[in-house]
Each structure stands twice: as structure tokens, then as C-alpha cells.
Write a protein that binds this ligand. Structure first.
Ligand code: PA5
Length: 488
């Protein structure tokens, strides 16, 4: 059966007036059924999928040849290099980090025996903090390092400046053919990274290898596209991963909303958000290896649903559906995602979860079987003879109980184990849930216009050519106030 979704504690029979009642469901079910039909229609239409950025549903169906090609590149890299340095941010980083932590051995980089002769993995370009990159480049050997730069747009500042630096470092340390140690994953046609690839390959066709990103797949939905080379390098079983994702997609494509785990996840959270003001969404896996997956979900939910305006669906003369930003329809929607991890954060955020404002829903991820087993030695105390995994599961159950007894809604995704199959399913569960939440909230779950604000301000201050008059005026007319009276 694989992953299961337990939503008992979302209902009023568990948490009283803070939970969802039968009447709440009855009030929204007709809209939910329409939303499911709408999503089904788009998913079934290849051109709509690409146009509206839902092509990610097809990622687990990529051809065997494409995957074999990526695995071949991965083998060549692993054979020659001790380190692989990936540069990317947002969707071009979080999926890789989540996969690394979930599917590779803990302390992978530290110990050869755990890496099984595979290269060490470093993830950078996801921040403008100079300290981490400087420390890394000072200590890595450029001759033994392969660099993969990932940016769909090819324009993102963080990745771009990191790459400029890393390229210069490689050039200096690895010699004139340094370009053969670089691979770019980017848009097949546009962006300055693509242009750079074309230029470099004219000089040396073996340099700046590249892999294309598929059309109609946004960054945060693209782990099974831009993350594939990383997965292949660290030896993840990609066909298992895809089969987990495909099975979950089948289960989460059921039009019967009440039988569809991802749709129920979105529906119950949306009811609690809209009717009971539960605006905080805490994702708390009870597994250290899934903490980065919770961080990945933060981006997925925040960028997909956190929107200023509703979506306006327009059907053109050609009969094609398009989604516009409905500027006449302000909504400021979106649950605020927070990532946590059990059991660490039972000694941190849990106090607030249980006794602070009742404005949140906690989603647990419960792992049924861990990769290893550890028993508390005998002659200790009442804990003697107990396994760590049993204690972990009990701690998760106890946390549920603590929340329920204070009438705090929560739910649990039950994962049989953390492996490629179930992790693929987990990502697709959340992606389908988010797509459906976008339908229920009537926002475009596949754009992120709010991210432009800070970029525009930086570009304006940096004097980037081509800034629009309107953007420049907007910044000039509303400068930040920095009155020293209010700085102590
Ligand atoms: O989901 C998205 O599309 C974004 O969050 C991007 O992943 C992020 O901004 C990085 O963009 P890029 O891959 O173009 O550098």
C-alpha cells in the first residue's frame, strides 16, 4: 500500500470546535468536486499541462534512454572526481538537499565507507553569505572537483555570482581545460547560463556539458528533472523513485475527493485555514533524515499558495485556458509553512504548539521502519531493551496525544520506510496536495510573483540595465525609512 494519510485528528470528534465537522465538509464538497474535475482536465491535456506548468506530473514517465544517459554522465563524473559541487537556490537546491539527506547515508561526506566510493557532495550558491563558499573553495582541490550549476532561468543572482567565483577558481586551479569539469542544468534555449554553454562549447565541444530542463515544470516541482544527475551520482535507484511517484499519482488522481489522500490533505487544511483561522502549517517529520524534505515543502507551499491576488481563468478564442493574475481580486492567501523535526523540536517549538495560540495545524511524518535498529542496553532502567525506533514512534504518538488533548488539530503521513520508492511517493503526495490547494483557494500554484520584489530592488540599486520605469519609480517613491530615532 505504501504511504498512508491519517487525518483522524483533523476532525471535531478528536479536537472539538477546532476541528472539521461533517457540516464543514458538506459546505465545500461541491466546490472540491469541481476543483478535482478541473485539475483532471488540465492533467489530461498535454498542451494545457505545459502552458499552465503542470508538466511535472509526467516527470516519472521520462524515457529509460534519458535516464540511462544521465546515469552514464554520473558514472563518468564519479569515476574521475572526488567531489561534486552543485550550485543552485530555491527549487534548484532544496530538492537536491532533501534527497541527499533522505536517501544517502547520514554523514555521507564524512566517511568513505558510507559513500561507497562515490564522490562527496557539496551544495552551494544557495546564499549570498560569502563565508561558506570561501571556506569550501579554500579547502577543495579544484583538480578533483566537478561542478554542476543549476538554474532554470540562468539569471538568479545567488547562483550566478557563486558560479562566476567557482569558474574562476576552477580556471586557476584545474588548467585551461577546466570547462570539462562543468555541467549546466538550465533552460534548453533561454537565459545567460544557456548562452554561456553555447559560447564555451564553440571553443571546446567537450566543455560545459549541459542537461535541459523541461518546459512546463517550475523549479519547486522539478526535483525529478533538475535533481536527476545528483540522484544518479549518489546512486539512488531512479526507477524505484519514479514508481513510488507514479503509484502516488494514480492514488492522488482519483476524482472522488473523499478517497483521495492528497486532496483530503488539501481540503481539510483549507477548511481549517478558512473557517478556524489555522494559518500556520508545521511539518514535523519524526526522522532526522526527512528534515530537509520539510524544508523543501516550505518552499512548495509558500511559493505556490502564498499569493496576493486570486487567479482569473480565461478561455481564449482558440478554446485554450489561460490563468491570469486577477488584480481586481486581492486575496493575500496562504498558510505559513514551518519546518520542524521530531524528536529534536519537542524540546523547542512543541511548547508553543501545545500551549501557544491555537492557530496552527501540525503534520507529522511517521516512519514505520528505520534503516537500522538500536536497542537501549540492559540493566539501565525502564528504557532497557527498548528499540530507538519504538521510542521514536511512541514519541510521535505521544506528541499527537499531547496536541489532541489540548484540542490542537494535526494529521500524520505514515511512511513505511525512507527509501527511494516511498520518498518519490512522498514528494508527489505533497505536490498533488499543493496543486489541489491552489484550485481550492483559486490561486495560481505555479508562479511566484512575490519573489520579484526583492530582486527588483537589488537590480535597481545595482544599476542593472533594463529595469522598467514603473519598477524604478515604485522603489524611488517608497524608500525604506531609516530614522536613527528608531534604531537603538
Ligand atoms: O520554484 C521556482 O521556480 C523558484 O523558486 C526557483 O526554483 C528559484 O527561484 C531558482 O530559480 P532558478 O532555477 O531560475 O535559478
Amino acid at each position: 500500500m505504501g504511504l498512508k494519510f491519517d487525518f483522524n485528528n483533523m476532525y471535531s470528534f478528536s479536537v472539538g470546535e477546532h476541528g472539521v465537522s461533517q457540516q464543514d465538509i458538506e459546505e465545500v464538497i461541491a466546490d472540491a468536486v469541481k476543483a478535482a474535475a478541473h485539475l483532471k482536465k488540465i492533467i489530461a491535456d498535454p498542451s494545457a499541462r505545459v502552458r499552465l506548468n503542470l508538466e511535472w506530473v509526467k516527470l516519472p514517465e521520462q524515457s529509460k534512454e534519458d535516464i540511462t544517459g544521465i546515469q552514464k554522465i554520473a558514472r563518468q563524473i564519479s569515476k574521475k572526481y572526488e567531489n561534486v559541487l552543485f550550485l543552485g537556490i530555491g527549487g534548484s537546491y532544496l530538492g537536491l538537499k532533501a534527497a541527499q539527506d533522505a536517501l544517502c547515508a547520514p554523514y555521507y561526506n564524512e566517511f568513505k565507507s558510507l559513500r561507497k566510493k562515490l564522490p562527496r557532495i557539496y551544495l552551494e550558491g544557495n546564499n549570498l553569505d560569502p563565508d561558506t563558499l570561501v571556506a569550501l573553495l579554500k579547502n577543495l582541490n579544484p583538480k578533483k572537483t566537478f561542478v554542476v550549476v543549476i538554474s532554470k532561468s540562468g539569471e538568479t543572482t545567488e547562483t550566478k555570482v557563486a558560479f562566476i567565483l567557482v569558474e574562476a577558481w576552477l580556471k586557476k586551479g584545474a588548467g585551461v581545460k577546466y570547462g570539462r569539469q562543468i555541467l549546466a542544468i538550465t533552460d534548453p534555449k533561454s537565459g545567460s547560463l544557456r548562452k554561456k554553454v553555447e559560447l564555451e562549447q564553440k571553443n571546446d565541444p567537450l566543455s560545459f556539458q549541459s542537461l535541459p530542463l523541461l518546459k512546463g515544470v517550475g523549479g519547486r516541482y522539478s526535483e525529478f528533472n533538475m535533481g536527476l544527475l545528483h540522484l544518479a551520482i549518489v546512486g539512488v535507484n531512479i526507477s524505484e523513485l519514479f514508481s513510488g511517484a507514479k503509484d502516488m499519482l494514480t492514488r492522488c488522481s482519483r476524482e472522488d475527493v473523499l478517497k483521495n489522500p492528497a486532496y483530503m490533505y488539501a481540503l481539510l487544511h483549507t477548511i481549517l485555514y478558512r473557517k478556524k483561522a489555522k494559518s500556520l502549517a508545521i511539518l514535523m517529520p519524526f526522522s532526522q533524515t526527512l528534515k530537509s524534505t520539510a524544508d523543501w515543502y516550505v518552499q512548495l507551499l509558500a511559493e505556490s499558495i502564498g499569493k496576493k491576488y486570486h487567479r482569473k481563468i480565461e478561455t481564449g478564442k482558440d478554446g485554450l485556458e489561460n490563468w491570469l493574475v486577477d488584480k481586481a481580486n486581492l486575496c493575500n492567501r496562504g498558510r505559513t509553512p514551518i519546518s520542524a523535526a521530531g524528536t529534536n523540536d519537542l524540546h523547542s517549538i512543541q511548547q508553543n504548539n501545545v500551549e501557544g495560540e491555537n492557530n496552527k495545524v501540525v503534520t507529522f511524518i511517521r516512519v514505520e521502519k528505520f534503516r537500522t535498529e538500536l536497542i537501549v542496553p540492559a540493566k539501565f532502567d525502564f528504557l532497557s531493551g527498548k528499540s530507538f525506533s519504538a521510542l521514536m514512534q511512541l514519541a510521535q504518538e505521544a506528541t499527537e496525544w499531547a496536541l489532541v488533548s489540548e484540542n490542537r488539530p494535526n494529521c500524520t503521513v505514515i511512511m513505511p520506510k525512507v527509501d527511494a520508492y516511498n520518498w518519490g511517493a512522498l514528494l508527489f503526495f505533497f505536490e498533488m496536495a499543493t496543486a489541489f490547494e491552489g484550485e481550492l483557494q483559486n490561486v495560481n500554484a505555479f508562479d511566484q510573483p512575490g519573489v520579484e520584489g526583492y530582486k527588483n530592488y537589488m537590480y535597481y540599486k545595482l544599476g542593472k540595465p533594463g529595469i522598467s520605469q514603473a519598477v524604478a519609480e515604485g522603489i524611488k517613491n517608497k524608500p525604506l525609512i531609516k530614522d536613527s530615532k528608531y534604531i537603538l
